[in-house]
Design a protein around this ligand. Structure first.
Ligand SMILES: Cc1cc2nc3c(=O)[nH]c(=O)nc-3n(C[C@H](O)[C@H](O)[C@H](O)COP(=O)(O)OP(=O)(O)OC[C@H]3O[C@@H](n4cnc5c(N)ncnc54)[C@H](O)[C@@H]3O)c2cc1C
Length: 444
């Protein structure tokens, strides 16, 4: 049975394949309670981790020390619609934030494809959507409050950009973030269009598709020659969400039917190519206009694990073709589509995977209970050859030594980390692996 990170028992992530037993799990309701819990744990020599919604695909939340859950520190605290700024509790789920923003006629300019994450979890791992002019979600952070190991609170603003740039995407390694001030935009509607296109034509016209749509992405099913393309564009047209029945049918196709195909593929891997081709034939074109947050977020009940790479946008097609070649050559049983998205460059977070370059994100998945390591390792080797950087919230097999040189601001991040968490209170095995020990030598 799936357990939530609210009791004293084991903690399990969304995918159900990472778990740990914290010595203690607390749900503080105020900054003072966070400070007392953190200071107390540090004084006892214990480590502290924070869990958001547990939707990361790796073990970065895990601890045998203190696990903090900030669900009680949620909701909008301050709204300045004119300035386009809101302050929000770090534990707020994106779904709740979207609903509260909508009541004020506001919205986030972009989102990923689900809205179950906490704001802090999404920001801290560099979560992104798609849109060549839009950065990952953390680029919307104007300020944040951070509780350090000694219980003091640091308000990180653009007045000290070095700390803010380290903290935006920081995997919980600097302290406990208790609130954010975010830049928001007036609420907007999107026309959402989905259709299948031959893969060859999609790749031939990729630049036009990416540049010609506000939010463009595509999914391609290995062993098939079709891509499912999704184009979301801002519109002044009236909102006309799909009827409840149509929405339910679409959700059933995306979740129930797809899950059945995945189960069949897990049982009979040799049938995966056939199943993939059948799934692409079932995908019907659709078009509707809805509020942006309702268009961006989908329901995902099929459980899987995932790896995702940020590569220079110009290398996208080549990387994709290499992945398809390796799937064929090594006869990998891959039933899940590869998802391709596009993100603007930013230098606002030292650890942004889109740091300093127009970025294509390529995500590969494996259905729960199926072996993923051979596939993911092959994809990683390909991505690394194209200057790839892994998504911090997903699976990868890298260590700090291999990552340091891929991030131009790596050493600057580590300098802030050494300053804010000198004793490694907020570290765990995952962070030691991917960021190295605090004050360690894995620098560029
Ligand atoms: C079905 C599914 C769909 C997804 N879709 C997308 C997508 O479209 N785009 C994308 O980029 N990613 C996507 N992801 C990945 C997901 O957005 C990230 O893994 C995100 O971190 C999950 O948020 P969370 O609240 O569950 O964070 P958690 O996994 O709980 O935590 C993530 C990190 O944030 C830290 N953290 C959490 N709260 C705090 C805090 N208050 N202070 C300090 N550190 C904190 C944790 O310690 C941890 O290091 C998806 C994941 C799933 C399961």
């Amino acid at each position: 049975m799936r357990k939530k990170a609210t009791g004293r028992g084991p903690w399990v992530n969304w995918a159900g394949d990472e778990s740990c037993t914290p010595r203690r799990t607390l749900r503080p309701g105020s900054v003072d309670e966070v400070a007392a819990a953190t200071k107390g744990a540090a004084a006892e020599g214990r480590t502290v981790r924070v869990v958001g919604a547990g939707h990361s695909f790796n073990d970065q939340v895990c601890t045998d020390g203190l696990l903090l859950n900030l669900d009680r520190m949620s909701g909008l605290r301050h709204v300045d619609a004119e300035a386009g700024l809101v302050t929000v509790g770090a534990g707020t789920r994106l779904s709740e934030l979207n609903a509260q923003l909508a009541r004020h006629g506001l919205a986030l300019p972009n989102l990923g494809d689900i809205d179950r994450q906490s704001v802090a979890g999404a920001m801290s791992t560099g979560t992104h959507g798609t849109g060549r002019l839009l950065g990952n979600l953390a680029t919307q952070i104007k300020a944040l409050d951070l509780v350090l190991a000694d219980g003091t609170t640091l308000t990180c603003t653009e007045a000290d950009p070095e700390i803010l740039r380290a903290a935006r995407v920081s995997l919980g390694s600097l302290g406990v973030i208790t609130s954010y001030t975010l830049r928001v935009v007036p609420a907007f509607a999107l026309r959402a269009e989905t259709r299948t296109m031959p893969l060859a034509r999609t790749l031939d016209s990729l630049d036009d598709l990416v540049d010609g749509n506000d939010h463009f992405e595509f999914f391609l099913f290995p062993h098939s020659d079709a891509a499912l393309v999704k184009m979301n564009n801002r519109t002044g047209d009236a909102v006309r969400p799909p009827r409840e029945l149509a929405r339910s049918v679409a959700e059933f196709a995306e979740n129930g039917l797809f899950d059945a195909a995945c189960r069949a593929g897990r049982r009979f891997p040799s049938q995966i190519p056939l199943l993939n081709r059948a799934v692409t034939r079932l995908m019907a074109p659709s078009s509707h206009v809805d509020h942006s947050h309702r268009v961006f977020a989908s329901k995902r009940s099929v459980r899987f694990t995932e790896m995702e790479w940020a590569v220079p946008r110009a290398a996208c097609t080549e990387v994709l073709q290499e992945i398809l070649r390796v799937i064929d050559r090594e006869r990998l049983d891959v039933g899940f589509p590869i998802e391709v998205r596009f993100v603007a460059p930013d230098e606002l977070s030292h650890l942004s995977p889109a740091y300093g370059r127009e970025t294509a994100y390529l995500a590969v998945h494996m259905y729960q209970g199926m072996p993923w390591e051979r596939y993911f390792r092959s994809v990683q080797d390909i991505a690394l050859a194209f200057e790839g950087r892994p998504h911090w919230g997903k699976r990868h097999l890298m260590t700090a030594e291999g990552l340091a040189g891929r991030y131009p601001a790596w050493a600057r991040f580590q300098a802030v980390r050494s300053r804010l968490d000198p004793h490694g209170t907020f570290t765990n095995a995952h962070l030691r692996r991917v960021l190295g020990p605090v004050g360690g030598s894995a620098t560029c």
